[in-house]
Design a protein. Structure first.
Lengths: 555, 514
C-alpha cells in the first residue's frame, strides 16, 4: 500500500508548496462566475450576453489547453492538486486534481463548450441560455477534477439542473417530457450512489477512525469487507450505468438527445455521457477493484449488448438525431468493454475513445444543427441529394462520419482498435462480438449518408445553402483534432498511459486479477496504428481492418 | 430572598419555594410578552395604525427572542457553566432549546412578513394573527425545552389551540373554516392520546419527569413492559399527529390547503419543528435505553411517511396540497434521523428541520402571492407562465423546489446528506435507500411545478395577459422571500455554518436540580 501511496502524496505535497495559480479551481470557478455575470447583464441585450458567455468559455478553454501543456507526462498520480477544507465536521474538502485519465476530458470540455456556444445561436432568451451552459460547464469540469467524493457528487448532480432547463426551455416538440425523463432517470441512479458514498465514508471511518470523503485516502486504505464493497460498487454502478448509458438503462438518452437544442445535444453526447464512463474508471475501478472485477462479466456483456443493440436500432431510425443518439449507445458500449477489460490497452482505448466520441459525436450534432437551421427537419425521408447543393458540408460530414465509424487514419479507429486489442486477451468472445459493432456502425451511418446526401435533390433540398464561414470555423478545430488524433495519437496516449498503468497495478494488488503479459508490454499499439493510418479508404475496408486486427491480437 | 431560601434549604426545611430562573426562559417571555403587549396596545389604540405596524412589531419581538437566545447559547455552550434545568427540573435549558427557540422565532418572523400584505389583501387586517402566532411559537419553545411530559403536553396545547384559531382565520373562505374544525377535532383526539400515553408512562415508571424516567428505566428492569410500551405507542400517536407522520397524517392536506397560506407556512415550519423537538426530547433522551423497543416503530413510520408523502404528492393538482404531501415526505426524512438514535442523527434532524423551515416558508410565501386575492388560485395551472410574468419570483420558487428535491448547493441537499449519513452510520441502509428513492419520486412533483412555471407558458400566454392580474410582490413578502432564498443557498454552499450549531445542540438529559 505504502509504495503506491507515497508517490501520490509526494506529488501532492510538492505542488501544495509552490504558490502556483490554482488553475483547476479556476477551471470550475470561471464559468460559474461567467454564469453569475450573465445574470447581471440586461436581458434586452442578447449580443452582450453572447459576448460574456463565449468569452468566458473561451478563457476556460484556453486554460484547459494550458493545463495540458503543463501536464507532467511521466507522473502517474494526480497533478496540480489543491485541497481546502470545506465542511470540516464531515471531513469534506474542496479537493481537485488531474491525471492522465481526466486530463483530456477536461480539455475536451474546455474545447467543446466554446464551439457549442459559438456554433449555435439560441432563438430566444440568449441570456439564460448562455448562463445555463456556463453553469453546465462548471459542473462538468467539477466532475472531472473532483478528488473528493462529496464534491464529485455535488458536481455530478448539479449538471442536471442546467441541462434540464436547456432541454426544457430551448428544445424541440417533446422537450418537457424528455427533460423530465432525463432528470428523473439520472437522479434515481444518483440516489443509490449517494447512499453508497455516504456508507463508504462511514465504513471507512469505522475501520480507520477518520471520517473523510477523500477519494485517494479511501481508495488506498481499502478498508471494506468483500461483500460490502460489492454492494457499494453496485450503488455507484447504477448511477454511472444510467449516465453512460448502459443497455437496459439507456431509454432516456434517445429522447433527451433528440429533443435537446443543438448545443445541448453536443454537450450531452460530447461531455455528459462521459461522466458515467469516467465515473466507472475513476471511482468504480479505483475504489472497488475487487468488486469491479467481480461485476465485470455482467457489465461487459451489457456493454456488448449495447454495441449491437444500439447499432441495430440506429439503423432503423427515421430521425437523424435519434440515429446519432443510438449510435452513442453503441459507442459507449465500446468504452465500457475497454474499461472492464482491465488491460492497459483496453483502458487507454476506453479513455481515448471517450475523447474521440466527444469530438466526433459533438461534431455530428453540430452538423445536424446546421442542417436543421436550413431545413427545419431531422427526418431522413425528407432530405435528399444535399451533396449537390452543399458540397463542403457533405465533405465535412463524410470526415466526421468516418471518424465515428472508425476509419483508420481518423481518431475513432485508434480508440476502437485499442479497445478491441486490449479486451481480446481477457474478454475474447465479447471482443469478437463487439467487432461486428464496427461493421454495423458503417451500415447505419453510410446508409443514412446515402439517403441524405446522395441522389438528386428535390425542390426543397435544391436550395440548401452550403456552410458559412462561421460554421466552418466551428467545425475546423474538430476536424483538425479528428485527423490529428487519428494519425498521431502518441501525445495523448503517452499522457494517459502512466495513470492507467497505476490504476491497473492498483487493481492487481487488491484483487485476484492479473493482467495478461501480452497487454502489459503493449505500448507498441501506438506504432501499430501509425502505418495502418496511411490513407482514407472505403469504409467497408475499415471494418475488415478492424476485424483483422482483433484477430491478430490472438496470436 | 434567594439567600434566605438557600439558608432554609440548608437547614432541611421542607418548604422550598420553587426557584424561577427568569434568565433561562427569556426567549419564551419575550414572545409571550410581545403577544400580550400587541393585544393590549391594539385594544387601547382607537385609530388603525400605519400599515405594517403589527408585522413590524412581531418581527421585532422575534428579533428580541433571538437575541435572548443567543445570550443563552453562550451560556449553555460555556463549559464552565453548561446546560442547566430550570423550574425545579421541569425545563432543560441546553443547546437544543436554544436552537429551536431561534428556529421558531425565525419562522414566526418570516411568516409574519408574508402575512402582512396577505391580511390587507384579504381584508382581515388586525393584530390577532400575529398575537396568536407569537403565542403558538411560545408553545413550541415550551415543547422544545420541556423536561417533563406534562410540560410537553402544556406546550403542545399552547401551540395547537392558537393554531386551530389561526387555521380558521380567513372568515370568508369556507375551506378555512372547514380546516379549522377538522384540525381541532383531530388535534383534540391526538392530544387525548398523548395525555393517555403520559399517564401510562407515569404508571410504568412513577414519574413524568424525563430525567427521572430515564434514571428509573436505567436502574430497574420492568417485570412486564406492557404498560410502558403502550405508553410509547400512545405518545408516538400524539406526536406523530403533530409531525404529520403516516398513518396520522390525514388532516395535513386538508388543513394545509384550507388554512390561510401564511398560516400554512407557519404550520409547516414552526409547528412541525416543535413537534419533532418534543419527539427527540422524549424518545432520544428519556427513552434511549429502550431504543430497541421504539426504533422499529419509528422505522415503519418513517418508511410509510416517506412513501405515502411522495407518492400521493405526485397525483395532486393543487399546489398547496402538493406541498402538504411533500411536507409529509420531509417529515419522513426527519424520522429517518430520529430512527438513527445517535447524536449525529439528532444533529441531522435539527439541520433538516431548520433547512426545511426556510424552504417551506419560502415556498408558501410564493404560494401566498400567486394565490392572489381570495387565496384560491392554487391550481398548478395558475403557475403557468410565471417565469415570464415574474422571473424573479419564479426563480425563487425554483430554488425552494430544487432544495426540497435535494439538488446540491441548496440547503435541502445537505439536509438529506446529513440524514442519510446518520442512517448509514447507524447501519440502516435499507432505510437510507428507501429515503433516497422517495426523494426521486417527489422530485417529479417539484419538477412538474417548475415545468409549469417555465415551459408551459406558451399556450397560456393569452389568458395570462388578459384574464388575470399580474402577481404582486409586496415589500414584506419580498424581504421574507429574499431571506429564505439567501439562507437556502448560503447553507447549501457552506453547510458547515449551521451543521456545527446543530452538532452542539444535541439535547442533554440532566437530573433535576436538588
Amino acid at each position: 500500500m505504502g509504495s503506491l501511496l507515497a508517490p501520490a502524496l509526494l506529488a501532492t505535497e510538492a505542488h501544495a508548496e509552490s504558490p502556483e495559480f490554482p488553475i483547476l479551481t479556476a477551471l470550475i470557478v470561471i464559468p460559474a462566475l461567467g454564469a453569475l455575470a450573465l445574470a447581471l447583464t440586461p436581458a434586452s441585450r442578447p449580443e452582450l450576453s453572447r459576448l460574456v458567455g463565449v468569452g468566458m468559455s473561451l478563457v476556460t478553454g484556453a486554460m484547459s489547453v494550458y493545463l495540458m501543456t503543463q501536464f507532467v507526462i511521466d507522473e502517474p498520480g494526480f497533478q496540480e492538486t489543491s485541497k481546502h477544507s470545506w465542511i470540516e465536521s464531515f471531513g469534506i474538502s474542496w479537493n481537485l486534481g488531474v491525471d492522465g485519465i481526466s486530463l483530456f476530458l477536461v480539455v475536451l470540455t474546455g474545447i467543446l463548450f466554446p464551439l457549442a456556444l459559438i456554433g449555435v445561436k439560441p432563438h430566444h432568451d440568449t441570456k439564460s441560455y448562455m448562463a445555463w451552459l456556463l453553469l453546465l460547464e462548471a459542473g462538468c469540469m467539477g466532475v472531472f477534477l473532483a478528488l473528493d467524493l462529496f464534491l464529485f457528487f455535488v458536481a455530478f448532480e448539479i449538471v442536471l439542473v442546467p441541462m434540464y432547463f436547456l432541454i426544457g426551455g430551448w428544445g424541440y416538440g417533446e422537450r418537457v417530457y424528455a427533460a423530465l425523463k432525463f432528470f428523473l432517470f439520472t437522479m434515481l441512479g444518483s440516489a443509490f450512489m449517494l447512499v453508497s458514498i455516504i456508507a463508504l465514508a462511514f465504513l471507512h471511518e469505522r475501520a480507520t477512525g477518520v471520517l473523510t470523503f477523500d477519494l485517494v485516502e479511501i481508495a488506498e486504505a481499502q478498508a471494506l469487507a468483500e461483500t460490502t464493497a460489492r454492494w457499494l460498487f453496485l450503488g455507484f454502478a447504477v448511477a454511472f450505468a444510467v449516465k453512460c448509458p448502459i443497455f437496459p438503462l439507456h431509454t432516456w438518452l434517445p429522447d433527451a438527445h433528440t429533443q435537446a437544442p443543438t448545443a445541448g445535444s453536443v454537450i450531452l453526447a460530447g461531455v455528459m455521457l462521459k461522466l458515467g464512463t469516467y465515473g466507472f474508471v475513476r471511482f468504480g475501478l479505483y475504489l472497488f477493484p475487487e468488486a469491479a472485477t467481480w461485476a465485470a462479466p455482467v457489465l461487459v456483456t451489457l456493454g456488448v449488448i449495447g454495441i449491437i443493440y444500439g447499432a441495430i436500432v440506429a439503423a432503423v431510425q427515421r430521425d437523424l438525431k435519434r440515429l446519432v443518439a443510438y449510435s452513442s449507445v453503441a459507442h459507449l458500449g465500446f468504452i465500457v468493454l475497454g474499461t472492464f477489460a482491465f488491460t492497459s490497452q483496453g483502458l487507454q482505448g476506453g479513455v481515448l475513445q471517450m475523447v474521440n466520441h466527444g469530438i466526433s459525436t459533438g461534431a455530428l450534432f453540430l452538423l445536424l444543427g446546421m442542417l436543421y437551421e436550413r431545413r427545419h427537419t431531422y427526418e431522413i425521408a425528407s432530405l435528399r441529394g444535399l451533396q449537390r447543393a452543399a458540397p463542403v458540408m457533405a465533405a465535412v460530414f463524410t470526415v466526421v462520419m468516418m471518424s465515428s465509424i472508425g476509419l483508420p487514419g481518423l481518431n475513432g479507429f485508434v480508440g476502437e482498435f485499442l479497445i478491441l486489442i486490449g479486451s481480446f486477451p481477457t474478454r475474447r468472445w465479447w471482443a469478437v462480438v463487439a467487432t461486428f459493432g464496427v461493421v454495423l456502425a458503417a451500415v447505419y451511418l453510410l446508409w443514412a449518408y446515402q439517403r441524405v446526401f446522395h441522389g438528386d435533390p428535390d425542390d426543397e433540398n435544391a436550395t440548401f445553402a452550403d456552410m458559412t464561414w462561421r460554421e466552418g470555423a466551428v467545425m475546423a478545430p474538430l476536424l483538425a483534432l479528428i485527423v490529428f488524433l487519428g494519425v498521431f495519437p502518441r501525445p495523448v496516449l503517452e499522457r494517459i498511459e502512466p495513470a492507467v498503468g497505476r490504476l491497473i497495478t492498483h487493481i492487481e494488488e487488491r484483487s485476484d486479477f492479473t493482467e495478461p503479459a501480452v497487454t502489459r508490454q503493449g505500448t507498441g499499439a501506438v506504432e501499430v496504428v501509425g502505418p495502418a493510418a496511411v490513407e482514407e479508404e472505403g469504409a467497408e475496408e475499415a471494418e475488415e481492418a478492424g476485424a483483422e486486427t482483433g484477430g491478430e491480437g490472438e496470436g | 430572598m434567594t439567600s434566605t431560601a438557600a439558608v432554609l434549604a440548608q437547614q432541611g426545611d421542607l418548604l422550598v419555594k420553587p426557584e424561577v430562573e427568569w434568565v433561562a426562559i427569556t426567549p419564551l417571555l419575550v414572545l409571550v410578552g410581545g403577544s400580550l403587549l400587541l393585544l393590549t396596545l391594539s385594544a387601547l389604540t382607537t385609530r388603525r395604525p400605519r400599515r405594517g405596524t403589527y408585522a413590524l412589531f412581531t418581527v421585532l419581538t422575534c428579533a428580541g427572542a433571538i437575541i435572548a437566545s443567543v445570550a443563552l447559547w453562550d451560556r449553555v455552550q460555556d463549559p464552565a457553566r453548561g446546560e442547566f434545568t430550570a423550574l425545579v427540573g421541569a425545563l432543560t435549558i441546553d443547546g437544543f432549546t436554544v436552537f429551536f427557540s431561534v428556529l421558531i422565532a425565525l419562522s414566526i418572523a418570516l411568516a409574519a412578513l408574508v402575512a402582512d400584505d396577505y391580511l390587507r389583501r384579504e381584508d382581515l387586517e388586525g393584530p390577532e394573527l400575529y398575537a396568536l402566532m407569537l403565542l403558538s411559537g411560545a408553545g413550541g419553545i415550551v415543547m422544545a425545552m420541556a423536561n417533563d411530559l406534562i410540560v410537553v403536553f402544556l406546550g403542545l396545547e399552547i401551540l395547537s389551540i392558537a393554531l386551530y384559531v389561526m387555521a380558521g382565520m380567513h372568515l370568508r373562505r369556507v375551506e378555512s373554516q372547514e380546516s379549522a374544525i377538522k384540525y381541532f377535532v383531530l388535534g383534540a383526539f391526538s392530544s387525548a392520546f398523548l395525555l393517555y400515553g403520559i399517564a401510562l408512562v407515569y404508571g410504568a415508571t412513577g414519574s413524568t419527569n424525563l430525567s427521572e424516567i430515564a434514571a428509573f428505566l436505567s436502574q430497574n428492569v420492568l417485570e412486564s413492559e406492557g404498560l410502558l410500551l403502550a405508553g410509547f405507542a400512545l405518545l408516538l400517536v400524539g406526536l406523530g399527529f403533530k409531525v404529520a407522520a403516516v398513518p396520522f397524517h390525514v388532516w395535513t392536506p386538508d388543513v394545509y390547503q384550507g388554512a390561510p397560506s401564511p398560516v400554512t407556512a407557519f404550520m409547516a415550519s414552526a409547528s412541525k419543528a416543535a413537534a419533532f423537538a418534543a419527539l427527540l426530547r422524549v424518545f432520544f433522551s428519556a427513552f434511549s435505553n429502550h431504543a430497541s423497543d421504539w426504533r422499529p416503530i419509528i422505522w415503519v413510520l418513517a418508511v410509510l411517511t416517506m412513501v405515502v408523502g411522495a407518492v400521493l404528492a405526485v397525483v395532486q393538482r393543487d399546489v398547496k396540497r402538493m406541498l402538504a404531501y411533500s411536507s409529509i415526505n420531509h417529515a419522513g426524512f426527519s424520522l429517518v434521523a430520529v430512527h438513527a438514535n445517535t447524536e449525529r442523527g439528532v444533529a441531522g434532524a435539527l439541520f433538516y428541520l431548520l433547512a426545511y423551515a426556510f424552504m417551506v416558508l419560502g415556498s408558501f410565501a410564493v404560494v401566498t402571492l400567486v394565490g392572489r386575492r381570495g387565496d384560491a388560485a392554487h391550481d398548478v395551472d395558475d403557475y403557468r407562465g410565471l417565469a415570464r410574468e415574474r422571473p424573479v419570483l419564479a426563480l425563487a420558487f425554483t430554488v425552494f423546489l430544487l432544495s426540497q428535491a435535494g439538488v446540491p448547493l441548496t440547503a435541502g441537499f445537505f439536509a438529506k446528506f446529513y440524514v442519510i449519513g446518520a442512517a448509514a452510520e447507524a447501519e440502516s441502509y435499507a432505510l437510507a435507500v428507501i429515503a433516497m428513492v422517495t426523494a426521486v419520486i417527489s422530485a417529479f412533483l417539484y419538477l412538474r411545478i417548475i415545468v409549469t412555471m417555465y415551459f408551459a407558458g406558451d399556450e397560456a400566454e393569452g389568458d395570462a395577459a388578459t384574464g388575470r392580474h399580474r402577481v404582486a410582490i409586496p415589500f414584506g413578502a419580498g424581504v421574507s422571500l429574499a431571506a429564505a432564498v439567501a439562507f437556502t443557498l448560503l447553507i447549501g454552499i457552506l453547510p458547515g455554518l449551521v451543521a456545527d450549531f446543530a452538532r452542539d445542540a444535541v439535547p442533554v438529559l440532566l437530573s433535576a436540580a436538588p
